[in-house]
Design a protein around this ligand. Structure first.
Ligand code: SF4
Ligand code: SF4
Length: 168
């Protein structure tokens, strides 16, 4: 489990990003009409921290979402995109693999996780022009949050689920 201080720090960073997203929204910079390639294997290689995994799993628990289904979906994603096979580009540096996020629902619905519980990197990635539909999106700069090795979303969710399922 993550120390409470880390969760609070994460929450603080998230509030900052949500405020920046609201400012972007006022300039009509939002994801309306986009098929969200940033969540699929086309562009997604998101890695998240321990605390982000715990916050996300706590959200799933609060919504009484079937955790065994989430577990199976994460396992299937790991298998499909071979995320359990480490490929090193140089000593100690793992190659970032692309994968479709297990929380990506379909082209109409996009992400199934509310902004208050999403990984920071997901919140930071935004359009730079109205109705850009993913062509010119990029990340807003934000302070790095690290509490150990970051992992691809399904790997970190499985790790967080292991802890949660021990408690239940
Ligand atoms: S958590 Fe949501 S926004 Fe982030 S990669 Fe997954 S589907 Fe996309
Ligand atoms: S961040 Fe960009 S690519 Fe991702 S859903 Fe929004 S507009 Fe599309």
């Amino acid at each position: 489990m993550c120390p409470q201080g880390q969760i609070e720090k994460l929450s603080h960073l998230r509030s900052g990003l949500l405020a920046q997203m609201q400012e972007l929204e006022q300039q009509n910079l939002n994801c309306t009409g986009c098929l969200a390639p940033c969540c699929t294997f086309h562009h997604n290689s998101m890695r998240i921290s321990n605390s982000e995994g715990v916050v996300l799993v706590n959200y799933l628990v609060s919504q009484k979402i079937d955790l065994s289904h989430v577990k199976k979906k994460c396992q299937a994603t790991i298998q499909e995109f071979r995320l359990d096979k480490d490929i090193f580009v140089k000593a100690g540096t793992r190659l970032r693999r692309h994968y479709t996020c297990p929380f990506f629902t379909d082209h109409q619905l996009g992400c199934s996780i509310p902004p208050e519980f999403k990984p920071l990197g997901c919140l930071a990635f935004n359009p730079t022009e109205p109705l850009g539909k993913g062509q010119t999106c990029k990340s807003i700069a934000y302070p790095e949050f690290k509490d150990g090795e970051k992992l691809e979303i399904p790997l970190m969710i499985l790790k967080a689920l292991e802890n949660i399922l021990r408690v239940f």
